[in-house]
Design a protein around this ligand. Structure first.
Ligand code: RB5
Length: 146
């Protein structure tokens, strides 16, 4: 079955969002906007993806703004979300293995397209190392938050 992945961005990430969807066309993308380069507020789009994850409608997402930071802050206000800003393959891989991150956040003004696409591939291809210390620590994250 084709894996469904949520994707969202503000205007700063709009162009990279389209490139990610093109490069990984084998996935089913649930695009939550924004739909143009017109200025919008990143929390509105971070919250859209967070709501999908919190409700269980989606398990995984990608969120993009200029730095990756603002949109990650909005996503991480939901206790069901573990959003990680990653700008290289190593941190993308480790945040899956160690943190079971369910949202990758990218800063379109920070990394080039090739690095961003490699980072997405590493994030999507890596499984959480379930059981043991990593799971215990991730469970502690779930105990806090709104
Ligand atoms: C928008 O100009 C910019 O502030 C936003 O994309 C992001 O970088 C915020 O963290």
């Amino acid at each position: 079955m084709t894996k469904r992945i949520g994707i969202t961005s503000d205007h700063g990430g709009f162009a990279l969002k389209a490139k990610i969807k093109d490069a990984f066309a084998a996935y089913e993308w649930v695009d939550l906007g924004t739909d143009s380069a017109e200025s919008v507020d990143y929390p509105d789009f971070g919250y859209k993806l967070a709501e999908e994850i919190a409700s269980g409608a989606l398990e995984t997402g990608i969120a993009i703004c200029g730095s990756g930071i603002g949109i990650s802050m909005s996503l991480n206000r939901y206790k069901e979300v573990r959003a990680a800003v990653c700008h290289d393959v190593t941190t993308a891989r480790l945040t899956r293995i160690d943190n079971n991150a369910n949202v990758l956040c990218l800063g379109a003004r920070v990394v080039g397209d090739v690095v961003a696409l490699d980072t997405v591939k590493a994030f999507l291809d890596t499984e959480f190392e379930a059981g043991g210390r990593h799971e215990r620590r991730v469970n502690k994250l779930a105990e806090k938050g709104q």
